[in-house]
Design a protein around this ligand. Structure first.
Ligand code: ADP
Ligand code: MG
Length: 437
């Protein structure tokens, strides 16, 4: 699996993460990129302190995911406006001032500056044709202007970069960030001179963040089954995001549904016609997790979900157990693939205890540095079995000794809070701004 770090589509982003930070004041962030959309307000007190964070989450209405650019961005701008208007106890000068916004937009983007980027393609069930090829900060700023909101996008990032920013803020040993939620992606800190695409480009820190877009990783070594192939073919983005479709929360429930549908056709395990079981995405991943983690002796939760969601009543105990087993296999595979990806990053930058992919030294003569990977996403944080399998696989691949030096640190809402921090760093306000790059 070590080949996992060779990503043809790796995007390179330039953010100074290494020199936080004396910024003060209120900064906002918008986090768009999956099931839920978040608006955040972060109050910075200078000297590396976050005084307060307010977060509001709401699901993105399904119809807006395939509507028009204007509809989606107007919806976001309206939610932001409502949120900003609830701003509490702040001085008049703060209210008059144009506010700085960090925009977390977690889809593949060609980054053109710290605050701008062009949408390459949608993923995770989104599909709004007229946004592809457009500058997304401009789409948002136009919508904010239509709503009469005086705000500027100071930093455009994706969720991995936001999470790395917050992780690094809390703990300078943080060298990578991983998202495992509706979709999956990762980024890591690389030496600029190790990035072939950036020959000759210098940053004062000598480091750069590489957004891997690993959801689109592909290799013939991936254990792809007929269920994966069919899920991909039926998706709105076939031949795309192959790694993501085997790992992330948007898809796991549907892989399970496809397996039990085939079982019911081939072995007649459920009896009569099953119209619900043929419906794509009817079995969402949180329900799959509930079935998987049902520890009642009779598996009553499994029976309830099969009855309520799939309209399959009276499932015998033996078949309930089989369903749990399917959930287990699908989750374990996903967690192990994600773990292999994380170890791939550590290996690439010489943090796996082996001296890096170019080093010839053996494990025993390497002193491992403490290494932190910031991690976020509902699948990792809410699905215990997934998390345990991921940890187990990391230990297995790294070895017990090397694994002790690697910490996975959950940064709650890091993707949004980190974007607000980056907005502060790249603020146009000369009073607050400290340029780090
Ligand atoms: P995003 O920011 O992409 O919307 P989140 O990090 O909020 O994603 O995670 C939401 C996703 O996490 C859901 O789409 C779901 O797939 C998965 N998820 C959330 N809760 C659970 C749970 N209890 N068990 C399994 N998966 C979950
Ligand atoms: Mg997210």
């Amino acid at each position: 699996m070590h080949a996992i770090v060779v990503f043809a589509s790796a995007l390179i982003m330039k953010f100074g993460l290494l020199g936080w930070m004396s910024e003060k004041g209120i900064y906002y962030a918008l986090d768009l990129g999956g099931t839920n959309f978040r608006v955040l307000r972060v109050q910075l007190g200078g000297q590396r302190s976050i005084l307060e964070t307010d977060v509001e989450r709401q699901p993105i209405p399904q119809h807006l995911m395939t509507s028009t650019s204007e509809d989606l961005f107007d919806f976001i701008a309206s939610s932001l406006k409502e949120f900003v208007e609830k701003e509490g106890d702040v001085s008049d000068t703060t209210l008059m001032r144009r506010r700085e916004l960090g925009f977390t937009f977690s889809f593949p983007v060609k980054q053109t500056s710290v605050s701008t980027g062009i949408l390459i393609k949608w993923t995770k069930g989104f599909g709004i044709e007229d946004t592809v090829g457009r500058e997304v900060s401009e789409c948002l700023e136009q919508a904010m202007a239509r709503k009469g909101l005086n705000m500027r996008v100071a930093a455009l990032v994706n969720d991995t970069v936001g999470t790395l920013a917050l992780g690094h803020y809390h703990d300078p040993d943080t060298i990578a960030a991983v998202i495992i939620g509706t979709g999956t992606n990762a980024c890591y800190l690389e030496r600029t001179d190790a990035i072939i695409k950036c020959q000759g480009l210098l940053t004062t820190s000598g480091g750069m963040v590489v957004n891997m877009e690993w959801g689109n990783f592909w290799s013939s070594h991936l254990p792809r089954t007929s269920y994966d192939i069919e899920l991909d073919a039926d998706s709105p983005n076939p031949n795309d995001q192959g790694f993501e479709k085997m790992i992330s929360g948007m898809y796991l429930g549907d892989i399970v549904r496809r397996v039990i549908l085939r079982m019911s056709h081939e072995a007649d395990i459920f009896g009569d016609a099953l119209p619900k079981l043929s419906m794509p995405f009817i079995l969402r991943t949180p329900l799959m997790a509930e079935m998987h983690e049902d520890d009642s002796p009779e598996l009553t939760e499994v029976a309830r979900i099969l009855k309520d969601t799939l309209e399959i009543p009276d499932v015998p105990s033996k078949v309930r157990k089989l369903v749990v087993k399917v959930c287990d296999v699908v989750t374990r595979r996903a967690a192990r693939l994600a773990a292999a990806g994380i170890v791939g990053i550590l290996k690439k930058i010489g943090r796996d205890g082996s001296g890096g992919i170019t080093g010839g030294r053996s494990r025993s003569d390497i002193k491992m540095k403490r290494t932190v990977v910031a991690i976020e996403g509902g699948l990792y944080t809410s699905y215990t079995m997934f998390r345990e399998y991921l940890h187990e696989a990391m230990k297995e691949i790294l070895g017990e000794e090397a694994a002790q030096h690697v910490t996975l640190m959950v940064t709650e809402d890091g993707s949004g809070v980190g974007a607000a921090l980056l907005a502060a760093t790249h603020s146009s306000d000369p009073v607050d701004n400290v340029q780090l790059l």
